[in-house]
Design a protein around this ligand. Structure first.
Ligand code: URA
Length: 238
């Protein structure tokens, strides 16, 4: 038997002190009953929920990788290619949160926290993903308006996006465009541009929520701090 706040804290969700606050605020249930008593003892197999979300009891780890090109976003590749998981020195079974294409670079989160991963990927939580795309040609004002409003992809309209043209290269007839979306459909950014007749020559994910790769070279990674994980969880529990 373990004390409830200790079990919550060791799941990696939050600190012991914050766990105590959550318990006192009536946000924690054990086997379906709200428990506000600090020090309440729980069993190994007790069903603990915080804010209605089931607590995973294995220690959770969260990584931020600056994904390089030429690496597959999966746990294991059939063709034996290097995967994003191979880049991280961690014994726990972690997996990527969402997917970046083989040739896309930038922010990728990896974790063993399934609840977190699912929530981060779910469009209802509207987690912003900011991409920098190098495209051929120049976006016309009407194409910008279409991208912003939402575009029909595979029979379903994309949610509104933010679009900013950052640079125009007249010599090479290319542009750099920043596009912010919160869905994560397969090849979404490339398809959105392709739909309007532009090819994405390079794609980099600059941000997921407030996280960026500043300070990380291509292929480098770091653990998220407890504070960052809490901030992300706060975005999911709106
Ligand atoms: N959209 C794409 O087309 N590719 C990615 O890797 C990510 C978003």
């Amino acid at each position: 038997m373990e004390r409830l706040q200790k079990v919550i804290a060791s799941s990696g969700l939050t600190s012991r002190r914050k766990a105590e606050e959550l318990i006192m605020a009536g946000k924690v249930t054990v086997n379906g009953t709200v428990i506000t008593e600090l020090g309440y003892k729980v069993k190994e197999d007790s069903d603990i929920k915080v804010d209605g979300i089931k607590l995973n009891k294995e220690e959770k780890v969260y990584y931020l990788l600056n994904k390089p090109r030429g690496v597959v976003t999966t746990v294991k590749d059939d063709k034996g290619r290097k995967t994003v998981v191979d880049l991280i020195d961690e014994d726990k079974r972690i997996y990527p949160v969402g997917r970046l294409d083989y040739d896309t670079t930038g922010v990728l989160l990896l974790t063993n926290d399934g609840v977190f991963a699912n929530n981060m990927m779910h469009p209802r939580n509207e987690i912003d993903k900011v991409y920098i795309a190098k495209i051929n040609g120049y976006l016309t004002p009407s194409d910008i308006a279409i991208l912003k409003k939402g575009i029909n992809l595979d029979g379903k309209k994309t949610s509104p996006s933010k679009v900013k043209v950052k640079k125009i290269d007249k010599d090479n007839h290319t542009s750099i465009v920043e596009i912010t979306i919160h869905e994560g459909r397969n090849h979404q950014v490339k398809k959105m541009f392709a739909n309007l007749g532009y090819e994405v020559i390079k794609l980099h994910r600059k941000k997921v929520a407030f996280l960026d790769v500043l300070g990380l070279n291509s292929g480098e990674y770091r653990k998220l701090s407890t504070k960052e994980v809490k901030q992300l969880y706060a975005l999911l529990n709106k």
